[in-house]
Design a protein around this ligand. Sequence first.
Ligand code: PBG
Length: 328
Amino acid sequence: MSAQFPAARPRRLRRTPALRRMVAETRLAPADLVLPMFVKEGIGEPQPISSMPGVFQHTRDSLRKAAHEAAEAGVGGIILFGIPAVKDGDGSAADDPAGIVQLAVRDLRSDLGDAAVVMTDLCLDEYTDHGHCGVLTGAGEIDNDATLERYASIAVAQAAAGSAVLGPSGMMDGQVGAIREALDGAGYPDVAIMAYSVKYASAYYGPFREAAECAPQFGDRSTHQQDPANTEEALREVFLDLDEGADMVMVKPAGAYLDIVRRVRDAVDVPVVAYQVSGEYAMIEAAAERGWVDRERTIMESLLSIRRAGADIVLTYWATEVARRLAR
Ligand code: PBG
């Protein structure tokens, strides 16, 4: 045979769908997906979120129905965000045993049993009237250590309601340690912590702030969330959280931070979670609505890429839809 032809032909393994499927390195499975859900106190009907088509602020009843559908599709878990009817400076609804998230957790635990993991986001911004992730000093700054006491109390309330995994997302220093100590002291040593270890001060959270009604009334989150310019401090945050007792670590947002997902995956021996956030969802939905990208293909590629970068678990608002598609 003439030497002018290539001996190596990578295209051989790309020739048919069966060949491509057999050699694929990364796969998506329903169990890797976690659905973030919003439940709001005091509404009669689910409320659509204009910047997140297809996502709702649920009533307790509509949440039960949607959570059942997610579990039936095989999603790995659900993470709940609560929006109380009344907000105040301390976010006192957050650790009220009769607060909306606590009630919703009880509902879902009794409905779902072990069909999907019921988890809770643990933060104050949905509960405070000023929209910040912690309580404030007289000067209007976030009081880190006073906030830790609030987080500890919220952790116990969520665990008592039956949440299996708590996701502290407020980026306060020492939050994982404070929560772990509170859980252990209150008799919940088996409740796990999925730490939002690497959370950037990101513009991609815009639509979430409509969904959770938690835009800060003044200032921003850049004194506690990370600077998008940095990688090394992401690893520092991860190791601090693991030292403090985190069971899993998260990188957030996902799509614009795939390099960070990979760095973290290579550095730790616990599950790595990535959060495909509201802005990532909204951008694909908006472009697809205009016919500028193929919706299904873009969604699947975005999720596959997050898994390929090294995330074991992905939080995505498309979890139920994608889990159903994967089952087909
Ligand atoms: C804070 C929290 C936020 C998100 C999850 N938890 C918002 C923020 O930090 O401002 C954003 C999630 C998303 O954009 O989908 N409780």
